[in-house]
Design a binder for this molecule. Sequence first.
Ligand code: ADP
Length: 296
Amino acid sequence: MRIILLGPPGSGKGTQAQLLVQRYGIVQLSTGEMLRAAVAAGTPVGLKAKEIMASGSLVPDEVVVGIISDRIDQPDARNGFILDGFPRTVPQAEALDELLKAKRLKLDAVIELRVNESALLHRVETRVAQMRERGEEVRLDDTPEVLTKRLANYRSQTEPLIHYYSERRKLSTIDGMMAIDEVTRAIDRQLQALGAVEPQEAGKGKTRSAAKTAPVKKARAAKKSAKKPAKAAKKAAKPAKSAKKASKKAVKGPRNAAKKSVKKTVKKAAKKTAKKAVKKGAKKVAKKVTKKRAKR
Ligand code: ADP
């Protein structure tokens, strides 16, 4: 099962995502958490994201698309995942569509948690107080000023996704003002109605795809990974070809230009991943060589 949770800061996405993880044995992919981890670890992505996040702005699309693309490929995401905080802009949603298509994965649902804006500030204040009580470090962007900016960003950049997914008949809207367990039940009912989970299995931790197709999927995955080196080589050879195509397309008008920019975002992210893979490979080879030398 693959779903997206959509909603403003404080709408309860993180809370519901964790409950869904326990219920269905799928993973939560939160770009906010991943970025915070990158900041804490001081990685290049973290260094780039630190100031942007603290000010309440959005990290560049290609950065988060790259992170998500890599994460979806991890073995623990094979059973399914909940995207929390991604996509956050229309170009990110378009890039996700491309990514899923390329990976031959289907999105089951987009769950929008709708809440009264007046409740959000209070919810975030409660979250801050609880974190302090537990002795946890409070997020730099959980201040009233930055929250106002995050909300404004949500309205202008993320809310258009409601229309995007409703047009594609993927959107389910849930009242996020209900109690936590009521929201969870409403999400469950919706997932059952969509056929994403089997009614008798709901609450027992099984999704339709996990229950029915796990062996087939395993076999497919094994086949896929066997094919990987060839695929990687193909991928590496692609940019030059598609650059030509893209320049031809650019003269064809704004629609194509928009498409091009999505492809660019995905390509940029893919290139980065490819580079990383090459680096990793090079490191392995270097290690082997030094080992051999040492033996001699
Ligand atoms: P929120 O409670 O606002 O939903 P998150 O933990 O999801 O918070 O994200 C915190 C910050 O991380 C955002 O304000 C933004 O700077 C960055 N971020 C997270 N996800 C994305 C994304 N998909 N695109 C761009 N920036 C992101």
